[in-house]
Ligand binder design. Structure first.
Ligand code: PLP
Length: 439
């Protein structure tokens, strides 16, 4: 069997160290490897396979669409694109809004910035984002992101991006260990950044509403506070729901936990939109933003934006979330996951903090000292023992994702309850094995 080892340039790794498995198939929360092993996927690959692998209804929808029409340019119409746009607007409660389809999350975020600037009449308006955020790996998205790994590659100022500190309550951001006051001060930091720049020169604030690969889960008052602060200043609020959407945080879209009080002006989607069966992203525009663009020329779009096959996959995905009650399931199992991790924290002093749990997304933060909250290794380095734990889990048939000192738990929403329980028992055992003195 052919191997990528010597021929493919791999993303996010040192080429000479690449030793990832080759996947030949999958079903539900499991992946089938070329060497015959079956692996339980505890991260939905890149937090994207929310519906599990090879979901039969989505595979069928792609096949059926392929028989009718594989491609039509995004400048013309296609049935699955129209149906998917309507379904998204309905789930989001964005009545009278519009959907712009993209290929993935990064170009959704870039286009959201374009639309916010154009709709506000501020073509060079600043965009406020936060440190410890991830919005994609294109140049503009590296500038939007507050990501230590790519900081040197793009200059935020040249993209009109202003960074503010994140609501990282666990590490006493803004001098506060209390989540709510941290959330309040983090909102103040955004408001101050806008006021300092001048609200007439700021086009948007872009933030991840809940889950993110950076591992920060914002305090409950952060998002509603951002909404109030941006509305008061007539600055658009963009929710980057690329990772947090489609049940990951227990709602169709994470901002919905706050009801209408949390509704953004624009939101960006990808990953769970097709459950990663095909590449697709989207920018969802409120009625007001769409109305402002209605009579303006839109100079944007890529050849494959809103590809009919991807839209057919997206439509089947939305139906699957609904018919299988996966949003509610994520909320229920997310509570179980969170409670189990908290119990684990009481057994392992290496676990400094457990965050998330609104849906099937949780973060464990490992520390060298629980009292001082000293990180196990400087961000964004992953401690050797954590890499070893992840390797050992893989050898035992479970794939966990880690990032720096964080273990990210984001299994497919279809994961079986027993599979989830077994994976957590394994994690518990491996924490004892790899962090013995801290247990
Ligand atoms: C919050 C968030 N935004 C944007 C992106 C970029 O999406 P893509 O990799 O599809 O371009 C990601 C990917 O991990 C993400 O987590």
């Amino acid at each position: 069997m052919a191997s990528e080892h010597d021929s493919v340039l791999h993303s996010w790794c040192v080429q000479s160290q690449w030793q990832a498995p080759t996947v030949v198939g999958g079903s539900g929360a499991h992946l089938q490897l070329a060497d015959g092993r079956r692996i339980l996927d505890m991260s939905s690959l890149a937090e994207c396979s929310n519906l599990g692998h090879q979901h039969p209804a989505i595979v069928r929808a792609i096949r059926e669409q392929a028989e009718h029409l594989c491609f039509v340019t995004s400048a013309w119409g296609a049935q699955p694109r129209a149906e998917l746009a309507e379904a998204i607007l309905e789930k989001a409660g964005f009545d009278g809004g519009r959907v712009f389809f993209t290929l993935a999350g990064a170009d959704a975020n870039e286009n959201a910035v374009k639309f916010a600037r154009q709709a506000s009449g501020k073509p060079h308006g600043a965009i406020v984002t936060r440190d410890r955020s991830y919005h994609g790996a294109s140049y503009a998205c590296m500038a939007l992101s507050g990501d230590a790994r790519t900081r040197a590659q793009a200059d935020p100022a040249s993209f009109g991006v202003l960074h503010v500190p994140p609501p990282y309550a666990y590490h006493g951001a803004f001098g506060s260990h209390d989540a709510m006051s941290c959330g309040e001060r983090a909102v103040e930091a955004v408001a101050t950044a806008i006021d300092h720049e001048g609200a007439d020169k700021v086009a948007a604030v872009m933030m991840e509403p809940n889950a993110g690969t950076n591992g920060i889960v914002a305090p409950d008052n952060y998002w509603p506070g951002l909404r109030e602060a941006t509305r008061a200043r007539h600055v658009a609020l963009i929710a980057d729901e690329v990772m947090s959407g489609f049940g990951r945080c227990g709602e169709w879209f994470a901002w919905q936990r706050y009801g209408d009080a949390g509704k953004p002006d624009l939101m960006t989607l990808a990953k769970g939109l097709t459950g990663a069966h095909l590449p697709l992203g989207a920018v969802v525009l409120s009625k007001d933003i769409a109305a402002r663009l209605e009579h303006q020329m839109l100079y944007t779009g890529l050849t494959y934006c809103g590809h009919p096959l991807s839209c057919a996959a997206g439509l089947a995905a939305l139906r699957a979330y609904e018919q299988e009650n996966l949003i509610e399931r994520s909320r229920t199992l997310g509570k179980t996951l969170f409670a189990e991790l908290q119990a684990m924290q009481s057994r392992h002093s290496v676990i400094g903090d457990v965050r998330g749990g609104h849906g099937l997304f949780a973060v464990i933060e490992l520390v060298a000292d629980r009292a001082t909250r000293e990180p196990l290794s400087p961000w964004p380095r992953t401690p050797d023992a954590l890499n070893a734990l992840v390797d050992a889990a893989m050898a035992d048939g479970v794939s966990f994702a880690c990032r720096g000192n964080l273990i990210l738990l984001a299994p497919p929403l279809v994961i079986g309850e027993q599979d989830l329980a077994d994976a957590l028992i394994l994690l518990d055992r491996l924490l004892t094995l790899f962090f013995p003195s801290a247990s």
